[in-house]
Write a protein that binds this ligand. Structure first.
Ligand SMILES: [Zn+2]
Length: 56
């Protein structure tokens, strides 16, 4: 079971919906990398480009 977060009131819960305001909760920490992540290379490239932008 993963800890989830309410985007509405920022409460943390394990439930799919917030126990306080009954809004749907989100996963605040999505997995950063997995071997099956087909978008990993794309994201790394985007990150590299954003770093270049910052340096300039
Ligand atoms: Zn809430």
């Amino acid at each position: 079971m993963k800890l989830r977060k309410c985007a509405n009131c920022n409460a943390y819960t394990f439930k799919q919906t917030c126990t306080k305001c009954n809004k749907e909760t989100i996963n605040p920490h999505p997995p950063k990398y997995s071997p099956e992540d087909v978008y990993g290379e794309f994201r790394r490239r985007m990150k590299a480009e954003s770093n270049v932008d910052r340096d300039n």
